[in-house]
Design a protein around this ligand. Structure first.
Ligand SMILES: Cc1ncc(COP(=O)(O)O)c(C=O)c1O
Length: 387
């Protein structure tokens, strides 16, 4: 899909890309300036593997102030994005064949990272009717004596689902019966929560699980800093130490310049964050409203992140004007690319079908144009005789 979109662009077709996993905003000026200052002040040498002390101090204060979670500095590690933190945790902890429970739809990197680390992903399908959230009964069923981790991601990529405190308490009741299972809470979309929904994280919702929870977060999505590569994890000291060993023999640490910029992102002026969130919320409403006008698609309104995950069951089995049958969500995504010039990601990439993921981290003008084109493409498809 990506290759096809690039080839079409090279041919001069105007493609609207809604497959991106990053905010379309620039890094805020105060943060950029902190990075420039770090270069000017020659803060450009190797740092401690776990990250510079003032950054870990800023993270410690953030977790206490905003999440009511109390960590010491040596319980905090900084990596090259939240991605490396998750990777380090899995590599530091998984023995061959150990299982990781992953609610799906999920960020595609989780199962691949588990496999790379020698573990076994155990995918738990979460129904759209349940808001794409895992029920306690499903978690109970998925746990075996070989389970090492439960991965939780709220707000979720790709569905935008947000687990409430009550949802997490329900899952915690199950986890309490299985003390060998650790929890990885990927909170990277924490600040992108809309309407009445409230962000919650399991180490706070169930304090008795604090000692077996790794809380992961970062500046990529909240602070529009995806390219700076700064994420962090906070958890049990033995785990953090082992993660630092992995990092020490791979990347060593993330860029010193990025670390200084991240201090400003986490401890400095963040008045732009509510502005970003308000803008995303407006776009979410626009996109969901429009996509529900597309015959064959149904789009629920998610509570967080910057994605919608419309169901495209209504277009499966339909025939395009050129006679091709849309058999899967990948076929549909390819059709949208070819017919409408809009690039989206098929749900199968997130282990859920038939859906597509649309990122609304794009301008209102682009989103309006893209949705109008999707509506037209769906109308065309539904006008053709069914296969
Ligand atoms: C759920 C989730 N976790 C982690 C990440 C990675 O974040 P980072 O850019 O900080 O590595 C992403 C990025 O797409 C994500 O969607």
């Amino acid at each position: 899909m990506t290759a096809r979109a690039a080839a079409m662009k090279a041919e001069g077709r105007e493609i609207i890309t809604l497959s991106q996993g990053e905010p379309d905003f620039d890094t805020p000026e105060n943060v950029g300036e902190a990075g420039i200052r770090a270069i000017r002040e020659a803060r450009t040498r190797y740092t401690a593997v776990a990250g510079i002390v003032p950054l870990r101090e800023a993270i410690r204060e953030k977790l206490l102030r905003e999440n009511d979670l109390g960590y010491t500095l040596d319980q905090i590690t900084v990596g090259c994005g939240a991605k490396q933190v998750v990777f380090n945790a899995l590599f530091a902890s998984l023995n061959p064949g150990e299982e990781v429970v992953i609610p799906a739809p999920c960020w595609v990197s989780y199962p691949d990272m588990v496999r790379l680390a020698g573990g076994k992903p155990v995918i738990v399908d979460c129904a759209e009717a349940d808001g794409f959230k895992m029920k306690p009964e499903a978690l109970e069923k998925a746990i075996t004596p070989h389970t090492k981790w439960l991965m939780l991601n709220s707000p979720c990529n790709p569905t935008g689902a947000v687990y409430s405190e009550a949802d997490l308490i329900g899952l915690a009741e199950v986890l309490r019966r299985h003390p060998h299972v650790w929890v990885l809470a990927d909170d990277i979309y924490e600040k992108l929560v809309y309407g009445k929904a409230r962000f919650a994280t399991i180490a706070r919702a169930a304090p008795d699980l604090f000692n077996r929870t790794l809380t992961v977060n970062g500046v990529s999505k909240t602070n529009a800093m995806t390219g700076w590569r700064v994420g962090y994890g906070a958890g049990p000291i033995e785990l953090i130490k082992a993660m630092n060993v992995i990092q020490g023999q791979t990347t060593s640490h993330t860029s010193s310049i990025s670390q200084y910029a991240a201090i400003e992102a986490i401890a400095g002026d963040q008045s732009y964050v509510p502005r970003f969130a308000a803008e995303f919320e407006k776009r979410r409403d626009l996109v969901a409203e429009k996509l529900n006008q597309a015959p064959g698609l149904t789009c629920s309104v998610p509570d967080g992140a910057f994605y919608v995950f419309p169901n495209c069951a209504g277009v499966i089995g339909r025939r395009t004007a050129s006679g091709r049958v849309i058999e899967t969500d990948t076929d549909f995504a390819m059709y949208l690319l070819e017919e409408a010039g809009v690039a989206v990601v098929p749900g199968s990439g997130f282990l859920a079908s038939p859906y597509i993921r649309i990122s609304y981290a794009a301008s209102v003008e682009e989103l309006t144009k893209a949705c109008d084109r999707i509506i037209t493409a769906c109308i065309k498809l539904l006008q053709e005789k069914a296969a």
